[in-house]
Every structure is written in structure tokens, then in C-alpha cells.
Design a protein around this ligand. Structure first.
Ligand code: NI
Length: 504
């Protein structure tokens, strides 16, 4: 049986950013109330043993931004494979759509939550968001795994049979009829594809949620309906009953949903710094800062072994949703003298978001990391290096310096460790900040050679703040490099050249 802990804090906070529970029709009501019946509570993934993160990457265009993660289960390979097929299928479709609109900047982002984890079932909710230039839209799909017979199933398998699905569609349509003219209850048909994201709230009510535009205008955000347990129970299959039991296992602690409460929880902790900060004077030594983005992931432990062996320190820009799966790896980073920094919650392009969502993305990243290491990050790297005045202003308010890079190893999709090492070494300068990705196995393979060749040239490997010495780094200010003669950006000034080079 997996060891489980329900995690009211981050799970419910995460719900605010995923739009989960926001069945509200008013665009002003963005945050769910704890009593919101369509709220699905999530299971803390850190407490499911044998769970890891997978990434899919195709990024081969400056104007196409992609970030795709999904969970992998040691004991449920069929589930992992079904999740992989689902996200890859969506990514392929998006890539085709985006290439037809090649004049517009497009973005594709998949993140996920565990909706249930018990002896009997796993539930994984994928949130698939995309923009091909004409606004953001999201699809939601929940994949279930019945551990008793090892089957990976669509949500419609939770419903007993076609007649029960027709009855469910009728109940859902009736509920949507009360939601006003923006929602079209007649769009609800007994179609398994329409009912592809079913879950349960802690009371055991069935929650059916729809993709943007499926039953109303996209501006509505998530539209979801809770069907009371009394009506829903007779419609469930055996797997459906198991899924319902799993969702009801424990009631939740009240959410800490506001920016203020996240910040307050963070502020009580000391600022993050390397346990060996100050041991090198970069005004005298030839220092360089290796930075690893987008993890932690399956290769991160191996990277930490390499760094430890060579006694090198690095800075890890962790994605919050990954950090919440593998807090053990963040703790190891801290213990071994590295610096853990913020790469937002789910790797959205912050320049495409309104201010409140920028703050959500950064705050949730802060929270996930602080929960893991009991120190508050002081650095943020915006996904894709994309920053603007608004991002800088939010960063300043949250006490974070904005860090980009001066050496782009273009490693993200490169399977060739030798080529990655060559690019890292040939562009290295004292004071440089080097962009690498620990989610990429070949980057980890390249790291021993990078360390060996740079050490031979006399470099010392330090964390980013150490480059700047006792003068330190200021919140809201952008840093690309501490190399002499290199410019350190004023707050919010976007270095277009850097931004175009890569997709971190
Ligand atoms: Ni990144």
C-alpha cells in the first residue's frame, strides 16, 4: 500500500491556480471557496511511493513554448503509458496546429494532480492548456487506474453502463440549466469523450468537469457540476465505487488560499543560501555558476552524485509542481551545498499572464520549495527567460531577484553530451551564468566533462549569489552574468537576444 498523506495546504492552493473548483460564472470570482462542491481535493504526490515525473519535449522553435509533465508510477506501468500516450497525442496535435499559425507565438502546457491514491485506485487529472495566439484555453482529463485488476481507464469507465451515462448526462444538463445563458445545457450528451474528467469531492459527490468551450464560452473558465452522492452512487461501476471511496478517505484541513498566507508561511523561514556560501571570494577566484532548470526529475539524483564527486556547487531552478513530488531531492540539494531557486509552479510563460496569475505562479513555487527545504528562495528564473516590467515588479514585491543566463548550452533537446559540453566550455567566462537542464539525461551525462574541462581552466563552481559577493543581489533586478563588462539588466528590461536563444 502506498504511504499517503493528504496535504490540504498545497493541494488546495494548487487548485486555485489550476482553476479547479472555480465553477463560478462570475469572472471576478477566481478563487474557490472551501465549501465549493465541485472542488476536488488532491493527494500530496510526495507521499505516494514509486512516483516520479516525466517530461516530454519537442521544442524546436523560438515561437513555440512547450512544457509537458506527467507522473510515472513504478507499480502501474499501464497507467504511466496511458498518460504518456494522452499527452503526446495532444502535443502532436498542438504542434500541427501551431505550425499552421506560424506567425503567432504559441504555448502548450501540461500539468497534473493526483485526484486519488488508495490501495484500490489511482486518479490522475491532466490539465492541458494552450494558446495559438488567440487566447488561452484549457482541457481537463482524468485518467483512472484500477489497482485490483491493473487496468488504466478513461473517466467514463467509472460509470456503470450506457444507460447510467445517459442518466448522468441528464442530471448534469439539469444542473447546468440553472447557470444562466452563457452555459448551454444541451451541449451535454451521454458521450464518453465529454465525460472524460470525472472525480469526487470529499463528501463523495460526483464531480464532472468540462473543457473550455465544451458547454459554454471560454471566458467561463472551468465549468464543473457536482452530482450529489445519493444520485451518483447508483450510476457507478465497481471501479467508480473504488474511486469514490479513495476520494473520501480523509477530510481536508482548511486551505491556505491567499497570496498573503503563502507569503506569511514563507516569511517565517530564513532566506535560502548555500551551506558553503562565502567559502569562495569570487572577486579573486575565477568563478562560474552552473544552473539546472525544470527539475527535479528522474536524472536529478544522478546529477547530484556527479556534483558531489567533483565537489562542485550549482543552482537548481526547480519547478514547484515537480518539487512537490520529490522534496527529498530538494533537501539533498540543500544538504550538499547547492542553492534551490524558483522556476515557478507549472512553467507558464509569465509574460502571457495577468499580474495576479504571475504572483500565483511564483508564490506557489516559493511555497512548494519552502515546504521541502524550510528556506525561502531568493531567486526566480522566469520560464523561457521571458520577463517584462510586470514580472520584475511582482518579483520585487516577493523579494526575488530575476536570474537569466549568459551562456546558453542549448541542451534542452540535445541528445549529444559532447556537443552540450563543447558549448558550455567554449562560451565560459569568469562570472558567467550557464543554462542547463537536469530533466535532460544527456545534460547530466555532459556534466562530468563540463566540470573537468572548466576546472582545468581554473574555474571554481559556485551558486549564483556567490558570483555577486557581499554586495549581493537586489529583489526585482535582473541578472544575466557577473562577468566584467557584462551588463546587469535593470528591472524588467527584457534582453531579447537572450530570450530568443532558447527555451529553458
Ligand atoms: Ni525552464
Amino acid at each position: 500500500m502506498p504511504k499517503l498523506r493528504f496535504f490540504g495546504g498545497i493541494a488546495l492552493v494548487a487548485a486555485t491556480i489550476t482553476g479547479c473548483g472555480t465553477a463560478a460564472l462570475s469572472p471576478t470570482m477566481e478563487r474557490p471557496l472551501p465549501s465549493e462542491p465541485t472542488m476536488i481535493n488532491y493527494v500530496d504526490p510526495a507521499w505516494v511511493h514509486g512516483l516520479d515525473i516525466r517530461n516530454v519535449s519537442r521544442g524546436d522553435s523560438d515561437d513555440r513554448r512547450e512544457h509537458v509533465t506527467y507522473p510515472a508510477f513504478d507499480d502501474a506501468p499501464y497507467l504511466t503509458e496511458k498518460l504518456r500516450r494522452t499527452v503526446v497525442g495532444q502535443l502532436d496535435r498542438f504542434t500541427r496546429d501551431a505550425s499552421m499559425n506560424s506567425t503567432l507565438r504559441s504555448e502548450f502546457n501540461v500539468d497534473w494532480q493526483l485526484t486519488a491514491a488508495s490501495d484500490e485506485v489511482y486518479g490522475v487529472r491532466l490539465r492541458i492548456g494552450e494558446s495559438t495566439g488567440s487566447g488561452w484555453s484549457e482541457a481537463r482529463t482524468t485518467v483512472w487506474y484500477d489497482r485490483t485488476d491493473r487496468r488504466a481507464l478513461d473517466s467514463s469507465a467509472l460509470i456503470r453502463d450506457d444507460a447510467a451515462l445517459a442518466e448522468l448526462a441528464g442530471l448534469v444538463g439539469d444542473k447546468l440549466a440553472d447557470r444562466g445563458p452563457q452555459v448551454d445545457p444541451h451541449a451535454v450528451r451521454p458521450d464518453p469523450k465529454l465525460f472524460d474528467s470525472i472525480g469526487f469531492n470529499p463528501h463523495g459527490d460526483l464531480v464532472a468537469e468540462f473543457d473550455d468551450y465544451q458547454v459554454g464560452g471560454g471566458s467561463l473558465g472551468r465549468v464543473a457540476v457536482a452530482v450529489p452522492a445519493f444520485d451518483a452512487e447508483p450510476l457507478l461501476s465497481a471501479t467508480g465505487m473504488r474511486a469514490r471511496r479513495a476520494a473520501m478517505v480523509r477530510s481536508q484541513t482548511p486551505p491556505m488560499g491567499s497570496d498573503e498566507s503563502i507569503q506569511a508561511a514563507s516569511r517565517a523561514k530564513p532566506p535560502a543560501r548555500s551551506s558553503r556560501a562565502g567559502s569562495v571570494d569570487c572577486a579573486r577566484a575565477k568563478c562560474i555558476a552552473l544552473t539546472y532548470d525544470d527539475g527535479p526529475g528522474p536524472n536529478t539524483g544522478r546529477l547530484l552524485d556527479v556534483l558531489r564527486e567533483k565537489d562542485a556547487r550549482a543552482t537548481f531552478f526547480c519547478v514547484g509542481s515537480n518539487a512537490s513530488v520529490r522534496p527529498d531531492l530538494l533537501r539533498r540539494m540543500r544538504q550538499e551545498g547547492h542553492l534551490v531557486a524558483n522556476h515557478t509552479w507549472s512553467h507558464r510563460d509569465l509574460t502571457a499572464l495577468p499580474g495576479s496569475r504571475i504572483a500565483d505562479q511564483i508564490n506557489l513555487g516559493q511555497y512548494a520549495i519552502t515546504q521541502a527545504i524550510w528556506q525561502v528562495p531568493t531567486l526566480v528564473r522566469p520560464p523561457y527567460g521571458a520577463s517584462n516590467l510586470q514580472v520584475a515588479s511582482v518579483a520585487r514585491r516577493l523579494g526575488l531577484s530575476v536570474v537569466r543566463w549568459s551562456v546558453d548550452t542549448e541542451d534542452r533537446n540535445d541528445p549529444n553530451p559532447r556537443a552540450i559540453a563543447d558549448r558550455a566550455v567554449s562560451q565560459a567566462k569568469p562570472g558567467a551564468i550557464v543554462l542547463l537542464h537536469d530533466i535532460n539525461g544527456s545534460t547530466v551525462d555532459a556534466t562530468p566533462e563540463i566540470l573537468r574541462r572548466l576546472a582545468k581552466k581554473g574555474y571554481t563552481f559556485v551558486t549564483v549569489p556567490e558570483l555577486y559577493g557581499p554586495g549581493g543581489m537586489q529583489p526585482g533586478r535582473a541578472y544575466d552574468s557577473a562577468a566584467s563588462g557584462a551588463s546587469t539588466g535593470e528591472s524588467g528590461i527584457v534582453t531579447r537576444a537572450l530570450e530568443k536563444q532558447t527555451m529553458p
